[in-house]
Design a protein around this ligand. Structure first.
Ligand code: SF4
Ligand code: SF4
Length: 161
């Protein structure tokens, strides 16, 4: 009888103790977030971001189109009878539709496609995400940080400078 009347109080005290333990545990942890866009994390090595394209290396074979799950890359070429070769006129990928699977990069026979670590692709008009060969040929942006801030709490190599 005596123990029965105390058991709810003991349970409550136990729960409060557990809650405090979780709070204290989190207080001792280092933060894993950064002050974006002033700070940016370095994506992991195999991150699949915006695709880079090298126009001069493309042979217009259209393998990238065939392996793409949505036949997305647009390869415009014409046949040059003099040299008996395809001549690339334009190339584009719409990143508003692309699922960044990386198939085109993996199967391109001349390695003219590559995945960059660029992920800042927000635009007001989704049609702006249709990148032509000029936009695709641009090297990836590197976001700079405010060097006055202290980032000692982050692991070395995780943030862009
Ligand atoms: S990354 Fe995938 S979805 Fe995007 S263009 Fe290449 S194959 Fe198509
Ligand atoms: S697979 Fe490579 S070489 Fe062939 S059309 Fe696509 S980008 Fe050009």
């Amino acid at each position: 009888m005596f123990f029965n009347s105390f058991s709810p109080s003991l349970e409550a005290a136990k729960s409060i103790g557990q809650g405090f333990r979780v709070t204290m545990d989190h207080m001792s942890r280092k933060p894993i977030t950064v002050q974006y866009p002033y700070e940016t994390l370095v994506p992991s090595e195999r991150f699949r971001g915006r695709i880079h394209f090298e126009f001069d290396k493309c042979i217009s074979c259209e393998v990238c189109v065939r392996v793409c799950p949505i036949n997305l890359p647009v390869v415009d070429w014409k046949f040059d009878p003099e040299v008996k070769k395809k001549e690339l006129r334009s190339y584009s990928i719409d990143f508003g539709v692309c699922i960044f699977c990386g198939n085109c990069v993996e199967y391109c026979p001349t390695n003219c496609l590559s995945m960059t670590d660029e992920y800042e692709l927000s635009v007001f008009d989704r049609h702006e995400l249709n990148f032509d060969q000029v936009a695709l040929g641009r090297l990836p942006n590197s976001t700079s940080l405010n060097p006055t801030k202290g980032f000692a709490y982050l692991e070395k190599g995780r943030i862009n400078y």
